[in-house]
Design a protein around this ligand. Structure first.
Ligand code: ZN
Ligand code: ZN
Length: 343
């Protein structure tokens, strides 16, 4: 390991709603149970918006970024010996948690009220270096492409962990994916590789080829077909994954749920859904969300992706082009995740 620099370059939000500034930040040695990571790739996520607009009231300055892949550059005191200098590691949303509340004790630290979110409560990965508590660090397999792995630590795990925690869903069941974007293009792959009959619905027939290439067994063009009727012909859906922030779309699909079906809402829909409650009642069906996961889930997600060939489609940018990367994502132009890469 070469000596650490005194400062490092980072994209920093300094005022509400203002563009990130690229500036030099002081590099502090890692503290007790902390790991310093030299960043190789850092994915840009819609949730970077929460940092830009101070949605969590944490204030400024703050470095965003919660899809981080890099190598361990230094270790604080008391860090577990499984973390070695130079090891390839990742950091996602849940960078810290209390470990003592009932949610943590039951194994759901991503729902901890004292969660430390990377890039929100603590400085994140759109920077040459990031410092994280060891519980927020995942060991990643060597040989993966950091730029393609980074989005798996937020978009990927959100889909994979949400899906694998639906206990009623078994291989062979119908899994419907609504939306083909940053989350959706990964959801199609994870559903297919998990053995589900993978059904993709979209209002644009031009997405059909891509959907099929990603693993769709059935493509429903909603401009030409009634998706609920088509799904009912298959016996109803065991899972419907909503990956687009569209309350109307989600509401309209509830009646496509089959017996013990689950609508998994992974997009941040910030308005009420109108649902046919009788349909839920009669079918023992449910609507639920799933809040990402933590380090061990990131490890599972990357391992599963590596074994099965699930791959994020990314566009890469330099740190200086962070605003461009953010803008392309916000305008839904990026195919399908923006990732900052470092030399
Ligand atoms: Zn994210
Ligand atoms: Zn907790």
């Amino acid at each position: 390991m070469s000596a650490l620099p005194k400062t490092f370059k980072a994209a920093v939000f300094t005022a509400q709603g203002a563009p990130a500034e690229i500036k030099q930040v002081e590099l502090k040695p890692p503290g007790d149970r902390q790991v310093l990571i030299k960043v190789k790739a850092s994915g840009v996520c819609h949730s970077d918006m929460f940092t830009r607009y101070n949605a969590y009231g944490v204030g400024f300055p703050r470095i965003p970024g919660h899809e981080v892949v890099g190598n361990i550059a230094a270790l604080g005191t008391g860090v577990d010996s499984k973390f070695q200098l130079g090891a390839l590691v990742g950091v996602g949303w849940t960078a810290g948690f209390c470990g003592q509340c009932d949610r943590c004790r039951r194994g759901y630290p991503a729902s901890c009220p004292k969660i430390a979110i990377a890039g929100l409560h603590i400085d994140g990965g759109h920077a040459e270096y990031v410092t994280v508590s060891e519980e927020g660090v995942a060991l990643l397999p060597e040989g993966i492409d950091p730029a393609k792995a980074a989005p798996l630590l937020c978009a990927g795990i959100t889909v994979y962990n949400g899906l694998r925690n639906i206990k009623e869903a078994m291989p062979g069941d119908v899994c419907v994916i609504a939306g083909i974007g940053g989350l959706g293009h990964l959801a199609i792959q994870f559903a297919n590789k998990s053995g589900f009959k993978t059904v993709v619905i979209s209002s644009s027939s031009s997405k059909k080829d891509l959907a099929v290439r990603l693993g769709a067994h059935v493509f429903i063009d909603t401009s030409a077909h009634d998706s609920v009727e088509e799904i009912k012909k298959m016996g109803g859906a065991k899972v419907i994954i909503i990956t687009a922030p569209d309350a109307k779309l989600a509401s309209s699909l509830v009646t496509a749920l089959g017996h013990m079906g689950t609508m998994l809402i992974l997009a941040a829909i910030n308005e009420p859904l109108q649902v046919n409650a009788v349909h839920l009642l009669g079918n023992a069906a449910q609507i639920r969300g799933w809040p990402s996961g933590s380090a061990v889930d990131w490890e599972d997600t990357v391992k599963f992706a590596q074994l099965s060939g699930v791959e994020a489609m990314v566009e890469t940018f330099s740190l200086e082009d962070y605003e461009k990367a953010y803008d392309r994502m916000m305008k839904n132009q990026v195919r399908f995740r923006s990732v900052i890469t470092f030399p």
